[in-house]
Ligand binder design. Structure first.
Ligand SMILES: NC(=O)c1ccc[n+]([C@@H]2O[C@H](COP(=O)([O-])OP(=O)(O)OC[C@H]3O[C@@H](n4cnc5c(N)ncnc54)[C@H](OP(=O)(O)O)[C@@H]3O)[C@@H](O)[C@H]2O)c1
Length: 284
């Protein structure tokens, strides 16, 4: 099977690259902005057709949540128009599109884990453009899975885990928020789940949404606490409220995702965030 991975220099794309050797049944086409700019509809269609792509995993995105507030049109172009271009190209050749979305499509004020059927209500430009991307996929793709994930990290790229390791080594005390809770997700686990799920996707599927994040719940403070314990870093952590860290984009207070659907339909098991955190930290 020919699989196109877009945005493959990012966290999730790099984890898919790392798994390439374990999935010899797939022929991968790894591209990032310079090889394939997904905002270019014509080139996207051409790439998918000429390489006989059967599945696309769209890891490309405008993921800078705060910067998106000032760069609304750039965020919309990549997160919504890019998704539309891929959906149309996939529809043309009857390829499966696996599109990655986010917990930021929700308002973040719930008190029980979000299911795929809960009403979206994004509060940020990033979240709105990602929801628009989902809508483009729903309208334009023939066969697609949308995976909503959250708090993604990896040994590749920039993320909270790496920032905490660096800052905790450099500073005696760190303030970390404890009033935002969610599911930290190791991009390596999501990458593996995607590759395991692809052969199980029914030929007749239309567009379906699935939540995928690691099991267990944490606040950013809990996550930072686990990081410094596992790495044995001597640093005092101080739990603080979000208002002490004003940011351009409002962060959701509650981002926990209910994963029952993906587990039941595809028979996968999902690791606990702490076990996956240990695996990732070993690589740093
Ligand atoms: N990171 C998170 O916490 C998180 C949480 C939930 C959901 N997600 C979603 O998960 C997906 C993967 O996230 P990630 O953290 O792996 O993202 P990432 O590390 O930011 O990688 C995104 C990649 O897409 C590339 N890209 C940007 N514009 C492009 C274009 N027009 N054409 C092709 N490639 C382009 C980026 O290149 P440049 O770096 O050169 O721009 C980058 O290599 C995204 O859809 C994201 O919205 C992420």
């Amino acid at each position: 099977m020919n699989i196109l991975v877009t945005g493959s220099n990012g966290q999730l794309g790099s984890e898919l690259r790392e798994l390439e050797k374990q999935y010899k049944q797939y022929k991968f086409f790894f591209t990032d902005f310079h090889e394939l700019d997904i905002t270019n509809a014509e080139k996207t269609m051409q790439f998918v057709k000429s390489n006989k792509i059967e599945t696309v995993v769209n890891c490309a995105g405008f993921t800078a949540v705060d910067a998106a507030e000032a760069q609304k049109s750039e965020a919309a172009l990549i997160n919504a128009t890019g998704a539309k271009n891929l959906a149309q190209a996939c529809a043309k050749v009857n390829a499966l599109l696996i599109h990655i979305s986010t917990d930021y499509v929700f308002e973040g004020r719930s008190f029980k884990p979000y299911t795929e059927n809960d009403t979206a209500g994004p509060k940020t430009t990033y979240g709105k453009t990602k929801l628009d991307g989902e809508i483009e996929v729903i309208f334009n793709a023939k066969r697609a899975l949308i995976f909503r994930t959250s708090w993604l990290y990896s040994s590749y790229g920039r993320n909270f885990i790496k920032t905490i390791v660096e800052k905790a080594k450099a500073e005696k005390e760190l303030k970390v928020v404890y009033d935002q809770v969610g599911n930290p997700t190791y991009a390596g686990d999501l990458a593996k789940a995607i590759l395991d799920i692809i052969p199980k996707v029914p030929q007749k599927i239309r567009t379906e949404i699935y939540n995928y994040s690691n099991e267990g719940v944490a606040s950013w403070y809990d996550l930072a606490h686990a990081i410094i314990r596992i790495k044995n870093i001597d640093c005092q952590l101080k739990p603080v409220l979000s208002k002490e860290f004003p940011s351009e984009a409002i962060r959701p207070h509650y981002s926990v995702l209910n994963k029952a659907r993906v587990k039941n339909e595809f028979g996968i098991s999902i690791p606990h965030w702490r076990d996956s955190l240990e695996k990732c930290l070993e690589k740093l």
